[in-house]
Structure formats: C-alpha cells, structure tokens
Ligand binder design. Structure first.
Ligand code: GTP
Ligand code: ZN
Length: 199
C-alpha cells in the first residue's frame, strides 16, 4: 500500500535537517492524496510512536486564520515530532470532509451568527463527515498498530480502536485560544465533546 517513501528533511524551530520521510500510498478508497510524514524513523523504533491524524485546513494550516486552531495544532505536532519522532498523517479532509468551498460557505453563515455545526447542518451536511478507517489502514501499512495518539477528539480515538489500532496513550494538544476562535473551541468542547484544557 505504501507507494513511495522519500526523505524530505524538515526545519523545525531553530534546527534544520530534522530527518523526515514523506510517503505516498496506493489504493486509498477515497481517492484522496493522503500523505504520511514520518519523523526520525519513528515507525522503526520499538516503543509506540506518537501519531497525529491531522485533517487538512488550508485556512488554518497555511494562512493561520483566526477562526480555528488547526495551524497551531499542526505546528505543535511538528515541533513535538521533530524532537521525539512520530508519524503525522496529513488527511485531505478539508472542512471536516465538506471541502474548501463548502467551508467558505459555512464561514459566511458563521459570520451571520451560526456556530460551526449549525452552519454545516444548514448547508445539508452532518456535523463531521470524516471517517478515520483509511487512516487506520495507512498505519497498518506502516506496521504501526500500537500508538500514542495526539488528539482532543474522542471520535478519532473511537474510530481508530474500532479499526484495530491500539491506543497506548492519548496526548492532548494545548488549547490554542486566540482572538477569533474562542467560541469555535467552546462549541467543539460542548457539542463535539472535544477535551480541551482551557486553563
Ligand atoms: N466545516 C467546518 N470545518 C472546519 C471549521 N473549522 C475548522 N474546520 C475543519 O476541521 C478540521 C479540524 O481537524 P483536526 O485538526 O484534525 O482536528 P479535530 O477534529 O479538531 O481534533 P483534534 O485531533 O483534537 O485536533 C479540518 O479539516 C478543518 O478544515 C468550520 O468552521 N467548519
Ligand atoms: Zn482550521
């Protein structure tokens, strides 16, 4: 299932040339170009690696938009994995699976007062269209079946376990609160049952 594994060293913080491999896959059912980034050959070590399933967020990951916390979570993950090793699955599930243009429509509705889930529903979508079964397949293809998962999202934990991945530890991310995303994070905690530490 793994197609190509190419060494693509990263600059993390002040350190250059952190060993990292970028992997492509064959036969992903969704047809999406999901990729894995393996830091410091974490799949070849004996202890369970840190793993993050990060869903694509162009506005947060690339532009660091104030509406969400995705870019900060991605940076936090890369910093951690750059130091300790880990497997980052970058999943092309923009907008919790509704796609970028629909997410922009949802943002417009949020500007008019809806919360992140109400806006999805108003557009005819469920709260969260993502399925993490394919991510479990990617991990198995890497020979990684016991992990330390970086997330605050119980859906990710549940679905990975249902697909045969053993979660030895759940590592929460920080609550990246900034001007503009406080309501979004509170809604995720209240309605989506995300576990945030708001101290
Ligand atoms: N539809 C929609 N999607 C959003 C909105 N804000 C962020 N997203 C998407 O939400 C997803 C966030 O996913 P992740 O970073 O994997 O995290 P998560 O589900 O919050 O869970 P964690 O592992 O705890 O971070 C990305 O696909 C974003 O594009 C929004 O207001 N509406
Ligand atoms: Zn985001």
């Amino acid at each position: 299932m793994v197609n190509v594994r190419a060494r693509v060293p990263f600059k993390v913080g002040l350190k250059s040339n952190i060993p990292a491999d970028l992997l492509s896959f064959n036969g992903l059912e969704s047809g999406k170009e999901h990729v894995a980034v393996i830091f410091r050959d974490a799949d070849k070590q004996s202890q369970p690696p840190l793993v993050r399933m990060h869903s694509e967020c162009l506005t947060g990951d690339v532009f660091h938009s104030s509406r969400c916390d995705c870019g900060e979570q991605l940076d936090e993950t890369i910093n951690k994995m750059g130091e300790h090793g880990g497997v980052l699955l970058y999943l092309r599930q923009e907008g919790r699976g509704i796609g970028l243009y629909n997410k922009i429509d949802a943002y417009e509705l949020q500007s008019q007062g809806m919360n992140t889930y109400e806006a999805n529903n108003h557009l005819g979508f469920g709260d969260d269209l993502r399925d993490f079964g394919e991510a479990a397949q990617m991990l198995k293809a890497l020979g990684v079946t016991t992990i330390r998962l970086i997330t605050n999202n119980p859906k990710k934990i549940r679905e990975l376990e249902e697909h045969g991945i053993e979660i030895a530890e759940v590592v929460g991310t920080k609550a990246h609160v900034k001007d503009g995303n406080e309501q979004y994070l509170k809604t995720k905690a209240a309605h989506g049952k995300h576990r945030f530490n708001f101290d």
